[in-house]
Design a protein around this ligand. Structure first.
Ligand code: AMP
Length: 366
C-alpha cells in the first residue's frame, strides 16, 4: 500500500534500498541510529549492505521477488541509479519511491543529463551526441580536440571513456569506447573538481553540505578535501547550482553534483547522482548530520538535520591494496577508519575510506 506522501514515515518503519554496496551499508547504519530497519535488494550475495540489513538476493528482473520486497518495506530508495526501468516502474506502482523514477531517468544517461542541464540553464562542457566513427569525427571537428568520448550509460569511475586527442583515429576511439551511442564532450582544462551535496524533502526544504574538492587518480575518486579551497562566491555558486537542480527535478532525497571549476573561475556541471556520494563520506565524521542520516531524513519526510561542518576533513579512499594499511590508520588519533567488509581485494575496488579531521581552518594546504 502506498503511503500518504505528506505524512512522515516514522522510525520503526522499513526502508527498502535497491543495491547493496557500501552506500547502502552506510545508509543502513545511519537509518539504524534513527530507529529504522533496512531491507536491501540486489543480485549480489555477500555484499557490504547485506552484512547490516535484511536482504533479498535476486535479479532486478525477478518480478515475484520485487513484489515481496515492495510488500515488506514502507519506502524504497536507491544506492545506485542504474536500476532497470521495469523494476522501478513495478516498485513505484506498489510503494512510495524516493527519489522519483523521473530523477533516476535523467541521471541514468549522460546525454539526457546534459540536455536537462541545458533546459534549466545550468552550464556544462560543450557536447554532442555521437553514433559512430563518422559522427565522432564531425563532433570532434565541431567541438575541437582534445575532447572526451564517453558512453551515455553505465559509465562510472572513468569506465567507457576515451580521450580524443589531435592524432586519435575516430575508428579506434569508437571501438575502444565500445557502445552504440556515445557523447563527445569538450575537454575541460579545469583548475579543480568540486562537488556539492544537497538534501531536499517533499515539502521543498533543502540543506546543502559545504562544497568539497575532489582529486581523482585513474578516474577514480582518491581524496576529498572539505571544505574546497575556493572563494566564498564560488562556493555559493556551487550550492546554488545544486539547489537549483534538485528543485527543478523536484527531487526528494539526496543529490550529489560533480562540477569542474575552470581556470577562468566558471563552474561547469559534469555529473549528477541522486543518492549518497563518495565525495560526501567526510560528512560522517565532520558534520553534525552525515549525508547518510540526511538521506534517511529526506526520504522519510523527517525534518532535515544541520549540515554544519564542525571540523575540516580530508577523506581518502582505500582502493584495492590500500586496505592493507588499516592498522596504521587505526593508530592515527586524527583518523576515522571505515571499512566496507569486502573480503576480496581487487585493483580499483573501493574497500573503505579514512577521514582525517582538523580543527576548522587548519586543514593542511592541499
Ligand atoms: P566521469 O565518469 O564523467 O565522472 O569522469 C571521471 C573523471 O574524468 C572526472 O572526474 C574528470 O576527472 C575526468 N573528466 C570527465 N569528463 C571530462 C571532461 N569533459 N574534461 C576533462 N576531464 C574530464
Amino acid at each position: 500500500m502506498k503511503l500518504d506522501p505528506d505524512r512522515p514515515i516514522p522510525p520503526g518503519s522499513t526502508i527498502g534500498i535497491m543495491g547493496s554496496g557500501q552506500l547502502g551499508r552506510m545508509t543502513a547504519l545511519a537509518a539504524a541510529c534513527l530507529g529504522y530497519r533496512c531491507h536491501v535488494f540486489s543480485p549480489e550475495a555477500d555484499s557490504p549492505a547485506e552484512h547490516v540489513a535484511a536482504a533479498t538476493v535476486a535479479p532486478y528482473s525477478d518480478a515475484a521477488a520485487l513484489e515481496r520486497f515492495a510488500a515488506s518495506v514502507d519506502v524504497v530508495t536507491f544506492e545506485f541509479e542504474n536500476v532497470p526501468h521495469d523494476c522501478v516502474k513495478l516498485l513505484s506502482e506498489r510503494v512510495c519511491v524516493r527519489p522519483s523514477w523521473e530523477c533516476l531517468h535523467i541521471s541514468q544517461d549522460r546525454l539526457r543529463e546534459k540536455d536537462y542541464m541545458a533546459t534549466i540553464g545550468v552550464p556544462t562542457a560543450a557536447y554532442e551526441k555521437v553514433t559512430g566513427p563518422d559522427s565522432l569525427a564531425r563532433a570532434a571537428t565541431n567541438l575541437g580536440r582534445p575532447a572526451v568520448l564517453k558512453t551515455t550509460r553505465l559509465g562510472y569511475d572513468g569506465k567507457g571513456q576515451v580521450m580524443v586527442g589531435e592524432d586519435t583515429d575516430p575508428q579506434t576511439a569508437w571501438a575502444e569506447m565500445g557502445a552504440e551511442i556515445g557523447i563527445l564532450e569538450s575537454f575541460v582544462d579545469f583548475e579543480r573538481e568540486i562537488s556539492a551535496i544537497v538534501a531536499r524533502t517533499s515539502d521543498g526544504h533543502s540543506a546543502t553540505f559545504d562544497p568539497v574538492e575532489n582529486r581523482h587518480v585513474n578516474h577514480i575518486l582518491d581524496t576529498t578535501i572539505a571544505p574546497a579551497p575556493i572563494s566564498k562566491a564560488l562556493a555559493r555558486d556551487a550550492v546554488d547550482i545544486a539547489g537549483r537542480i534538485a528543485q527543478s527535478m523536484d527531487l526528494v532525497g539526496l543529490l550529489a553534483v560533480e562540477m569542474f571549476v575552470t581556470r577562468q573561475g566558471e563552474i561547469l556541471v559534469n555529473e549528477i547522482a541522486p543518492r549518497p556520494h563518495n565525495s560526501g563520506h567526510w560528512t560522517i565524521d565532520a558534520c553534525i548530520t552525515s549525508q547518510f542520516e540526511q538521506f534517511v531524513r529526506a526520504i522519510c519526510g523527517l525534518p532535515l538535520g544541520s549540515p554544519e561542518r564542525h571540523s575540516d576533513a580530508v577523506m581518502k579512499n582505500l582502493i584495492g591494496a590500500d586496505i592493507e594499511d588499516w592498522p596504521e590508520h587505526l593508530s592515527d588519533g586524527s583518523a576515522k577508519l571505515h571499512l566496507y567488509g569486502k573480503l576480496e581485494t581487487r585493483s580499483g575496488r573501493k574497500m573503505g575510506h579514512v577521514t582525517r579531521l582538523f580543527s576548522k581552518g587548519s586543514a593542511p594546504a592541499p
